[in-house]
Design a protein around this ligand. Sequence first.
Ligand code: NAD
Ligand code: LMR
Length: 342
Amino acid sequence: MFAARQTFNLFQKRAFSASASQASKVAVLGAGGGIGQPLSLLLKLNPRVSDLALYDIRGGPGVAADLSHINTNSTVTGYNPDAAGLNDCLKDAEIVLIPAGVPRKPGMTRDDLFNTNASIVRDLAKAAAKSAPNANILVISNPVNSTVPIVSEVYKAAGVYNPKRLFGVTTLDVVRASRFISQVQGTNPADEKVTVIGGHSGVTIVPLLSQSNHASIAGEARDALVNRIQFGGDEVVKAKDGAGSATLSMAMAGARFAESLLRAAQGEKGVVEPTFVESPLFKGQGIDFFASKVELGPNGAEKIHDIGPVNEYEQKLIDACLVDLKKNIQKGVDFVKANPGN
Ligand code: NAD
Ligand code: LMR
């Protein structure tokens, strides 16, 4: 408890001086959900956020009223579940986080969510393209490998697409990787940096253990660790037994990514997060989006890092990733072409 409070105080102090003069409106679309509520709570605790705008088809104003009693300076506003409410929520937002959509149940893949979530994300992206065309859009809704291309197609059609401002949030894979490796190695997860590249589902999640503090992990231990990182989401889906998927760890991961963007926007240099973005790395193979380390800045994604050296084992993981990723991305692109919406 003491350690947790100390960490929070450090976070508050570090942010306070930078944020005092900055106004940063952050909008959460899907704020009433399993992720949306704890994510909004963490954003309410972040002094870099000056205005928190919450939208959901159910419960946005209630969550906002509740959070608005917390004694931090930011304003919290919940919006009505209609087009005007959505547009007001988005207006002047610097960051828009999208955790709206259905989660998995046991036995489902993330791709099984496509039929429901594709149109939800498309329609929210249309509203964002209209009301907050310059905001950073952080897509959490699954399947991320397809929902991010959906947003890009909507923005292209609206003539406002800026690839530097569109991010698929893959931070949870990085968070899991550092936690799982620390459990195997008996180390402090805060000291573990594991780069995770590719996408956000099963074999498209590629941890690069050779670039971590534990490059010598091999054999069955490596197989087990890589498998746990790739399929960590399934552990939670199974344990929740029909009541959804990761929400609390995802809220932490989403809040961390938003905080990184705000730090970078407010002038901090060298802020790097792995994230799923439009990327030149595998464009030659027809794969337009790829997660890798990205340096963030006032303009969003400022620099996409190369993957760096990988071993033969990791190369095979990347090869398998690319096959699935290409199909997932194309599915998102095709959806918007066939279903442009109103
Ligand atoms: P949830 O069902 O608890 O919450 C989703 C919320 O979205 C609900 O409150 C619902 O009312 C709202 N919603 C639905 N349609 C909407 C619309 N058109 N506009 C606004 N709000 C709308 O689900 P959850 O557990 O919070 O998960 C949300 C999504 O996040 C799922 O697709 C899940 O798979 C995904 N997810 C992604 C990651 C990741 O790492 N990127 C991690 C965990 C979950
Ligand atoms: C996760 O990785 O936990 C999320 O993508 C949710 C899921 O469906 O597993």
